[in-house]
Write a protein that binds this ligand. Structure first.
Ligand SMILES: [Mn+2]
Length: 479
């Protein structure tokens, strides 16, 4: 059955009102001791020759404090003098011929509540003067070569060492702000979840006998682009879902294949969505598939119901691990005491990754600052045990956190064989039974959750179809 496509386009906000940015900068300044904070926006990145560039993605730190989605800007937040300055160059007549008239730098600065602006070269003098005065220059870890080179030019710190010389004080201060989403961010995230919903339901509708993974991948990408944004990360879409980040999209699909789709929207303002669904091509699970699917769904729902302020996300991760281990024991794939099995890390044969991560302006929010600063802080140390060691977020949950809940079960033949050969967790795993699932694939179910005052809720106004019944009604129905 083919249903006519709804030709709807939602125009999303491209910037918050200026008071939001003024307040963020004020709070950052108040939480820092002294010196200047250097916030470098991104420049255009050439694709195959200088003037043919990749889609421009502004730096998320710059977006958070200055909101301007424009290349080659930088800013200083001066802690000592209590002022903010935007640096960049106004367009000249040559630029206007190619790009049309543009608002001036000063006009753009005013849009985000910045009174002072200057040409880009003045930044060099500003930083040099601050350093000559013995003031501390704070910056976050750079992740692009061009930014590292610019930092070297500005500060004299060798490009290769700029990451290590990033300011831990600044990193911690920004994380304390960005971890807690304000009401404007929450409203925006709730709104853009509709695009994530459409991306996933598009994949579901197209999953029919004979369909090609690449065709569905491109159709999912089109949803993000037609709503004026981009992808929050390259689409993961595969019937070989046991490969956790599978970007190979060259399989033809057949009824009964389990298709795993993990994708999200990068809004025009730079905010992410991130969801995963796994469903049978054609819409009908086999009993074997459904048995495993229901375990993952139970883990996802257990997490959804358990999250609340004050609980450690590591404990929620272990709750998901126990739910999975119990389910696998019921199916005869695991054995023994479940608590002991999880303590020993036996569940990680099936879920060798963490339960989730922060989400916001980055899909793995602020990961560039250092995963442990974001997800662990000073509260807790990262586990070294296989599986739990990959947990990105372990710290205590607080109201305003936006996190992902993404349990999964995967049958990874290479891992199964290694554990069996090495006798790893042999007390808890029925390897012969597990071997009957060699070709099963993998299942992951991921929702985005806002931590509220007394619990948590899935973001957006409707949950992407997830029960076997909901999936049977949409998978393969066509666009
Ligand atoms: Mn995710």
């Amino acid at each position: 059955m083919f249903v006519a496509l709804k030709l709807t386009y939602t125009k999303y906000t491209i910037m918050f009102k200026k008071e939001v940015y003024i307040d963020r900068r004020k709070r950052l300044r108040a939480s820092m001791q002294e010196g200047i904070i250097l916030i470098l926006g991104n420049s255009e990145a050439p694709m195959n020759y200088p003037d043919n560039t990749y889609h421009f993605r502004q730096d998320s730190t710059f977006l958070y404090f200055f909101g301007l989605n424009h290349p080659n800007y930088a800013a200083v937040i001066d802690i000592d003098e209590g002022k903010d300055i935007l640096f960049g160059n106004d367009v000249d007549i040559d630029d206007i011929i190619w790009m049309g008239p543009q608002p001036s730098l000063a006009e753009q600065a005013k849009e985000v509540g910045v009174e002072l602006s200057n040409n880009f070269n003045a930044l060099f003098d500003y930083v040099k003067k601050a350093m000559a005065q013995g003031r501390k220059v704070h910056f976050t870890p750079p992740y692009r070569g061009a930014t590292m080179l610019l930092l070297e030019d500005l500060t004299g710190i060798k490009a290769q060492t700029t990451k290590a010389k990033a300011s831990v004080e600044l990193i911690k201060a920004i994380i304390a702000l960005r971890n807690i989403k304000d009401k404007y961010e929450i409203a925006h995230l709730d709104e853009i979840m509709a695009v994530g919903y459409e991306m996933h339901t598009t994949a579901m509708r197209l999953a029919t006998e004979g369909a090609h993974e690449q065709f569905i991948t491109g159709s999912v990408e089109a949803v993000a682009y037609k709503h004026g944004g981009h992808l929050s990360f390259p689409v993961i879409l595969s019937k070989r879902g046991e490969t956790l980040h599978n970007h190979y999209h060259n399989n033809t699909l057949h009824n009964g294949d389990l298709l795993l789709v993990d994708c999200g929207f990068d809004s025009p303002m730079g905010y992410a969505t991130d969801n995963t669904r796994t469903f049978p091509v054609g819409g009908q699970f086999s009993q074997k598939q459904k048995d495993v699917y229901e375990i993952v769904l139970a883990a996802n729902n257990a997490v959804k119901d358990a999250v609340k302020p004050g609980i450690m996300y590591k404990d929620v991760h272990l709750l998901a691990a126990r739910t999975i281990a119990e389910g696998m024991k019921n199916l005869g794939l695991m054995k023994g005491d479940i608590k002991a099995a999880v303590a020993s890390g036996a569940h990680a044969l099936f879920m060798p990754h963490g339960l989730g991560h922060m989400m916001g302006l980055d899909v793995h929010d602020m990961e560039g600052y250092g995963e442990d600063y974001v997800g662990y802080g000073d509260e807790i140390k990262r586990s070294t045990q296989f599986g739990t060691a990959y947990l990105r977020l372990a710290r205590e949950l607080k109201p305003g956190f936006v996190i992902t809940n993404e349990p999964g079960i995967y049958f990874i033949p290479a891992l199964m064989d290694k554990w069996k050969a090495d006798g790893i967790n042999a007390d808890f795993i029925n390897f012969d039974k597990v071997n009957e699932y060699r070709d099963f694939g993998g299942i992951r179910l991921e929702d985005d959750i806002l931590i509220t005052q007394n619990g948590g809720r899935i973001m957006g106004d409707k949950r992407i179809p997830i029960t076997a019944d909901e999936l049977s009604k949409i998978v393969g129905t066509g666009l």
